[in-house]
Design a protein around this ligand. Structure first.
Ligand SMILES: Nc1ncnc2c1ncn2[C@@H]1O[C@H](COP(=O)(O)OP(=O)(O)OP(=O)(O)O)[C@@H](O)[C@H]1O
Ligand SMILES: [Mg+2]
Length: 252
């Protein structure tokens, strides 16, 4: 059965998209089939991480949400573009980078019910092992919709005081509505000289929620500048090891 995992953060730029792309690549490297949805319709980025040029995107998630195309028309097999040999498959549902499309999303939002229906359609049609939702930062109607269909929600934060309060709000909300069944926290960009087990314990105390990964800041990841999938380029890096553990937990 396909597991639906939604990736969130309260603040922007915490590493949601990088993490989503790498988890998908790692799962595919283990032979799994994964669908990745770019539901960050206001600032789409996954197509860049998977080397899918804007010109190659004939239909995107936007058009599906506006009833202008079918789900089959927005599935892109990006496996050959991962830059490493993988026995599984990564199927990307990209969002549009067209200025008018983004403007329309900013002004009108979208019907989250259609997105949820699309996710169920994908699960039914493709029978993949996992469906990963990369989301827009913050809390909005779409956040609620994606956590209502997910089995697991991962909230990412950096060890920055500005991230803490918003993360607490997200955890509290999920706890209050008791959705999704599994609610997990991930710390990212933790300086390498920190005591990682202590960071995990402190965050679990703060949020009352399991912290499934404490990911190190990586100069190599920064230098890669989204030009390649990090974990396939650096298979023995400590960040890759940590992301492997995270990927396994998220789809367990
Ligand atoms: N562990 C890390 N070490 C170093 N740099 C990192 C790490 N994780 C993420 N970054 C960097 O942080 C930046 C933001 O990452 P990313 O685009 O994945 O964030 P995001 O949460 O998806 O942002 P947005 O909210 O805008 O969608 C990227 O430039 C990425 O290289
Ligand atoms: Mg992003």
């Amino acid at each position: 059965m396909s597991k639906i995992v939604s990736i969130h953060s309260f603040r922007r730029g915490t590493g949601k998209s990088i993490m989503t792309a790498n988890i998908a690549a790692l799962l595919a490297a283990e032979g799994k089939r994964v669908v990745v949805l770019d539901t960050n319709l206001e600032s789409p980025s996954l197509h860049i991480l998977f080397h899918l040029d804007e010109n190659e995107i004939t239909h995107s998630l936007n058009e599906y949400l506006w009833g202008q195309c079918t789900i089959n028309q927005i599935i892109y097999d990006v496996t050959p573009r991962l830059g490493g040999s993988v026995s599984g498959q990564v199927l990307l549902i990209p969002a549009s980078s067209n200025l008018n499309h983004i403007k329309r999303i900013v002004h009108e939002g979208y019907d989250a019910g259609i997105l949820n229906y699309g996710c169920y359609e994908l699960v039914d049609k493709l029978g993949t092992d996992a469906l990963l939702l990369d989301t827009h930062a913050g809390l909005n109607a779409e956040t609620l919709a994606s956590i209502s269909i997910a089995q697991t929600m991962a909230i990412i934060l950096r060890l920055d005081k500005q991230d803490y309060q918003g993360t607490s709000v997200m955890v509290d909300l999920a706890n209050k509505i008791d959705m999704p069944p599994q609610r997990l926290v991930v710390a990212n960009e933790v300086p390498a000289d920190y005591n990682f087990p202590s960071v995990k314990v402190a965050l679990e105390k703060t949020f009352g929620c399991e912290v499934i990964a404490v990911l190190p800041h990586s100069e190599e990841l920064m230098a890669l500048a989204s030009a390649h999938i990090f974990t396939l380029r650096y298979p023995d890096h400590p960040l890759t090891t940590a992301l492997k553990g995270l990927a396994a937990r998220l789809i367990a």
